[in-house]
Ligand binder design. Structure first.
Ligand SMILES: *[C@@H]1O[C@H](CO)[C@@H](O)[C@H](O)[C@H]1NC(C)=O
Ligand SMILES: *[C@@H]1O[C@H](CO)[C@@H](O)[C@H](O)[C@H]1NC(C)=O
Ligand SMILES: *[C@@H]1O[C@H](CO)[C@@H](O)[C@H](O)[C@H]1NC(C)=O
Ligand SMILES: *[C@@H]1O[C@H](CO)[C@@H](O)[C@H](O)[C@H]1NC(C)=O
Ligand SMILES: *[C@@H]1O[C@H](CO)[C@@H](O)[C@H](O)[C@H]1NC(C)=O
Ligand SMILES: *[C@@H]1O[C@H](CO)[C@@H](O)[C@H](O)[C@H]1NC(C)=O
Length: 527
């Protein structure tokens, strides 16, 4: 917009200045709209659980040295304050991990900084072994190991065929739900931990679903047991009820018919049963199942008439306590909305979490692409993190709305990786390798629900209205087994959506959220 290099006469200068003003006003009406048309009409998002980049993809450096992975000289001391401490080398022996490594805000702080002192810059990434050791000496080996590429053959194929991002971070150095909230809204609305009651009540922020819906772009969430996206309160509105589809019944069908919507979220099974093992990669769930699921989604998209217009993003909510060697960014990271996290940490959302695996797939992407950083765009400190998803979706669909948050405005976007070719590739594999089974034995359905599953169960209770029963225990789910929990969740979701459809038929305002009133007969048998 600068006229520095022109030397117009003074009359012309006035006109030019006026023109510049008009152009400026026009531009500032749509300050964020981009002009380059994208070949992409469908974006599919899949968020896996709890694994760091080095743990999942670090050893892929063997296959492509351009990837910022591991070589085997990376290590952590068992005791960061003892210079003579023994060190644990990062290995390639990952197999089945049970139990779950440390993942609270304070555990992650110790992993990144080696202590409670967060002033080191860059962060030394030296406290993973020590933090794991403090939980269980045996866990040290679990967090200081990554998968051999042949153990995660589906990713091995995808990384060599499409794009791997080796500088994509969790948005918050905290647990699952705050990071999942960033994926579609560019903020966790102040959350730094998984607070079941708040999650169940619903987070109030605007989401990319709202921006897309306002712009007339179609949406679809394909869920399995229960959609975690219902943690956003807005998505419970009647106008979104018809956007939720059971994955098993609808995903393959819609893809085959070329009827996938513009923005697609695929959710995995979060509960582990013998017939339907969990496939979210969450420890102790079998990574084999996660690999099978990614393979199925890929092959479904690949076989769809919409393939040539599709972009498929796979990322991980957070690192799950597993080691990663890349220092987490702690300079110039903007708070999304100025909300300060709760006591005792009063976190300002001014540093990112640990690096996580991200793979982006499309026939418009060159084979073997490695995306490093953002090259200082849109701001010198910008990085790829979960808010890069709404930021990129906004560009791909040329949405007129402004970024959801300051964090989204700052996050790197990657729409340009599908703008390098003039034609889509025709050599993308139609099938991916069959992964190797890792866990021996089957799911334990009689196990108690994990903390994560308990949060899902609280959500289910709110959807079903059971939470208003005075007899209803606040800690619902604590006593349930995985089998009972799964049944309860699936039933609650079904009831909620059926009631929504009935309300729509009755002509209820679609901005409303259905509130279920439980009858005694719907009381859980085993609260
Ligand atoms: C770590 O090393 C310091 C310094 O040698 C020592 O004071 C501390 O007790 C050690 N911590 C553990 C858990 O062994
Ligand atoms: C670090 O912080 C945690 C909790 O935030 C506390 O339990 C621990 O004692 C602190 N450690 C030190 C060395 O101050
Ligand atoms: C925290 O670490 C910094 C350097 O990383 C050091 O200068 C400072 O003294 C430490 N503070 C405390 C309280 O140990
Ligand atoms: C650690 O592993 C050893 C050998 O596998 C086992 O005997 C021990 O009980 C484990 N310790 C814990 C705390 O699980
Ligand atoms: C995708 O585009 C390629 C290249 O133009 C073409 O050969 C192929 O048939 C197209 N596939 C579909 C499913 O439209
Ligand atoms: C992993 O999953 C658990 C739920 O079981 C969740 O509480 C935690 O925040 C997640 N993150 C990490 C780093 O383990």
């Amino acid at each position: 917009m600068s006229s520095k290099n022109n030397k117009p006469s003074s009359m012309a200068k006035k006109t030019t200045a006026a023109n510049i003003l008009i152009i400026f006003l026009l531009l500032s009406n749509h300050p964020y709209s981009s002009t380059a048309a994208s070949p992409i009409k469908t974006v599919v998002v899949l968020v896996m659980e709890n694994r760091s980049f080095d743990h999942m993809l670090g050893w892929m450096k063997k296959l492509n040295p351009e990837i910022n992975g591991v070589v085997g000289t990376e290590s952590n001391p068992i005791n960061t304050s003892d210079p003579k401490s023994s060190r644990v080398l990062f290995g390639s022996q990952s197999h089945f991990v049970d139990p779950d490594p440390g993942h609270s805000f304070q555990a992650i702080r110790e992993q990144i900084f080696g202590s409670n002192n967060t002033s080191a810059s860059p962060p030394p990434m030296n406290g993973f072994a020590q933090q794991a050791f403090s939980m269980d000496p045996n866990m040290t080996q679990s967090v200081m190991n990554g998968f051999d590429p042949d153990k995660v053959g589906v990713y091995k194929a995808l990384v060599s065929e499409f794009a791997v991002f080796d500088r994509w971070f969790a948005s918050v150095p905290a647990s699952t739900q705050p990071n999942r909230l960033y994926v579609h809204s560019g903020t966790s609305h102040g959350a730094t931990s998984n607070i079941a009651a708040l999650l169940a009540k619903g987070y109030p922020q605007r989401t990319i679903f709202d921006d897309l819906d306002d712009a007339g772009i179609s949406l679809g969430i394909y869920y399995q047991n229960i959609p975690a996206t219902l943690f956003y309160k807005n998505l419970r509105k009647l106008k979104y009820v018809t956007k939720f589809h059971p994955y098993g019944l609808s995903f393959k069908n819609d893809a085959k018919k070329g009827k996938l919507p513009g923005y697609v979220v695929v959710e995995q099974r979060y509960t582990d049963s013998k017939l339907e093992p969990a496939n979210d990669d969450h420890p102790s769930h079998d990574v084999y199942q996660g690999q099978m699921f990614v393979k199925e989604v890929y092959e479904t998209l690949r076989g769809s008439p919409q393939w040539n217009q599709t972009l498929f993003v796979i990322t991980y909510d957070e690192h799950g306590g597993f080691y990663d060697h890349v220092a987490t960014p702690n300079k110039g990271v903007p708070s999304p909305d100025g909300i300060v996290g709760p006591e005792p940490f009063l976190f300002n959302f001014d540093r990112l979490g640990v690096r996580v695996p991200t793979i982006v797939i499309s026939p418009w992407i060159e084979k073997g692409t490695v995306v490093h950083g953002t090259n200082g765009s849109p701001s010198p400190t910008s990085e790829y993190e979960h808010s890069s998803i709404p930021a990129t979706v906004r560009k791909i669909f040329n949405l007129p709305s402004p970024p959801l948050t300051k964090r989204e405005e700052w996050a790197g976007t990657f729409e340009s990786i599908v703008q390098k070719r003039t034609q889509p590739r025709t050599d993308c594999p139609e099938t991916l390798p069959n992964p190797v089974k890792i866990r021996e034995g089957e799911a334990n359905e009689d196990k108690k629900l994990s903390e994560f599953q308990q949060e899902m169960l609280q959500l289910a209770a709110v959807l079903k209205g059971d939470n208003v029963l005075t007899s209803f225990p606040v800690k619902i789910g604590k006593e349930m087994t995985v089998r009972e929990g799964k049944e309860y969740m699936e039933n609650a979701v079904k009831t909620f959506f059926e009631a929504g459809l009935a309300a729509i038929k009755m002509g209820v305002n679609q901005e409303q959220i259905v509130k279920m009133v439980p009858s005694l007969s719907t009381r859980p048998k085993n609260p």
